[in-house]
Design a protein around this ligand. Structure first.
Ligand SMILES: Cc1cc2nc3c(=O)[nH]c(=O)nc-3n(C[C@H](O)[C@H](O)[C@H](O)COP(=O)(O)O)c2cc1C
Length: 367
C-alpha cells in the first residue's frame, strides 16, 4: 500500500490453501489484505476509539494464538543491550504497557512504552487526535494521558516479551516547571527495576514548558540529577539501566548543537530523533492541519532524518541513535539507518500501513 498517493500497490497474494491451513496464516499471509479491509472500518471511527479497538483486537489475536512467533531479524547491540532486530514501537502507542507481549507477536524487537508520569493524569480534553489521510499523517495533543509510572511498572514486571522494553518518562502537567526534575526522578525510580532502558522525554509539544528542558542549562541540570539517581538505583537493583534522550525536530541548528554538547557531557547511551513537529506548514490547507499539537507521519520524515544526520555528526560515536519520524516502508527505514540510526521506531506508519509493516521493516533492514 502507498500512503499519500491514497492507493494500494498490488501485492502477490499467497495461495488461498495456505491461508486456510492455519488461523495464524490468516494474519501472517494475508496481513496486508486484512488490514486493507479493516482500515476503512477503523478510519470510520473517531481516532481514539479506533486506537482502542485496534489494540483490543491485537490483544485478542495474541491471546488466541492468531499471531505467529516473531520473524527472525538481525540482532544488534545498541546501548549495550541486545536487540533481536532493529525495529521498535515508538512511545505513545502503548502508554500504559498493556500490550507488550502482543507487540512482540507482531515482530517488534523493542517496545517503548509511555510516556508515563509519576502520577496518573487524564491528558487534554478530546478531541485530541486527528487523521490527515491524504498526507499519511496524524496531529495529536494527547498530553500524556496515562495511569502513572507505578501502574506501567506493575504490568511490565509480568511481561513474557523477550525483546527490549524501554520506558519513556515525563512530567505531570500540573507540576510546575521548576519542579520538573523531581517528576523525572520519581518516574525513573518507579520503572527502573522493570526497564531495559529509560527514555527521557523532553520533546513532546503538548505539555507546557516540557520542550524548554532541551535548553542547555536545564538539560544539564536534569541529566546530572538523573545520572546521580541512576547510580544509586543501579546499586539498589544490581543492574545498570541506560538512559536515552528524546529530542524534538524543531530545534534550530544552534540549539541542536548545544543540546548535543550537553548530552555528550553526560553518560547518555542514546538519543531518539525525533518527536512530533509543531510545524504544520507541510500540511497547510488540509482538513485538521490547523489543530494544535504535534504532526507525525510522512510529512515529518525528511526533517527528522535531517536532525538524525546532524546528531550523528554532533555526537560522539559512543552515543547510539534511534531514528523515528515518518517511516512507512523498508526504504524509509533504510534512509534512517543511512543517516546514522542504529535502531528505528514507528507509530504513524503502523496506523496507515497496518501490522504487516513491522515484518517488512525487520526483513528490509536485515538484508
Ligand atoms: C498519538 C500519538 C501519541 C504520542 N505520544 C507520545 C508520547 O507519549 N511520548 C513520546 O515520547 N512520543 C509520543 N509520540 C511521538 C512518537 O513516539 C514519534 O516520535 C512520532 O510520532 C514520530 O514518529 P511517526 O512519524 O512514526 O509517528 C506520539 C505520537 C502520536 C501520533
Amino acid at each position: 500500500m502507498t500512503i499519500g498517493g491514497g492507493g494500494w500497490k498490488k501485492k502477490k497474494k499467497p495461495p488461498f490453501s495456505r491461508v486456510l491451513a492455519s488461523p495464524a496464516g490468516m494474519f501472517d499471509c494475508w496481513r496486508m489484505p486484512i488490514y486493507r479491509i479493516l482500515r476503512p472500518l477503523f478510519f470510520a471511527l473517531p481516532p481514539e476509539v479506533a486506537h482502542a479497538a485496534a489494540l483490543a483486537g491485537l490483544e485478542v489475536a495474541w491471546r488466541t494464538g492468531l499471531l505467529r512467533p516473531p520473524a527472525e531479524g538481525m540482532p544488534v547491540e545498541v546501548m549495550g543491550l541486545r536487540f533481536p532486530n532493529r525495529v521498535g514501537l515508538a512511545a505513545g502507542m502503548d502508554k500504559d504497557a498493556r500490550h507488550v507481549d502482543a507487540w512482540g507477536g507482531l515482530g517488534f524487537g523493542c517496545v517503548e512504552v509511555g510516556t508515563v508520569t509519576p502520577r496518573p493524569q487524564s491528558g487534554n480534553p478530546r478531541p485530541r487526535l486527528f487523521r490527515l489521510p491524504s498526507a499519511g499523517a496524524l496531529i495529536n495533543r494527547m498530553g500524556f494521558n496515562n495511569e502513572g509510572a507505578p501502574a506501567a511498572a506493575a504490568r511490565l514486571a509480568h511481561r513474557k516479551f523477550r525483546g527490549i522494553v524501554g520506558v519513556n518518562i515525563g512530567k505531570n502537567a500540573d507540576t510546575p516547571a521548576e519542579r520538573a526534575t523531581e517528576d523525572y526522578l520519581a518516574a525513573m525510580k518507579a520503572v527502573y527495576g522493570v526497564a531495559d532502558y529509560i527514555a527521557v522525554n523532553i520533546s513532546s509539544p503538548n505539555t507546557a514548558g516540557l520542550r524548554d528542558l532541551q535548553a542547555a542549562s536545564a538539560l544539564d541540570a536534569l541529566l546530572s540529577a538523573l545520572t546521580a539517581e541512576g547510580e544509586r538505583l543501579a546499586d539498589q537493583h544490581g543492574k545498570r539501566v541506560p538512559l536515552a534522550v528524546k529530542l524534538a525536530p524543531d530545534l534550530d541548528d544552534d540549539d541542536l548543537a548545544a543540546a548535543a554538547r550537553t548530552i555528550a557531557a553526560h553518560p547518555v547511551a542514546a538519543v531518539i530523533a525525533t518527536n512530533t513537529t509543531t510545524d504544520h506548514a507541510s500540511v497547510a490547507g488540509l482538513p485538521h492541519a490547523g489543530e494544535r499539537g504535534g504532526l507525525s507521519g510522512a510529512p515529518l520524515a525528511e526533517t527528522s532524518t535531517r536532525v538524525l544526520a546532524a546528531l550523528r555528526e554532533l555526537l560522539p560515536s559512543r552515543i547510539d541513535l534511534i531514528g523515528v519520524g515518518g517511516i512507512s516502508s523498508a526504504a524509509g527505514a533504510r534512509e534512517k539507518v543511512k543517516a546514522g540510526a542504529d535502531l528505528v521506531q514507528i507509530y504513524t506508519g503502523l496506523v496507515y500501513r497496518g501490522p504487516g509493516l513491522v515484518r517488512e521493516l525487520v526483513s528490509g533492514l536485515a538484508e
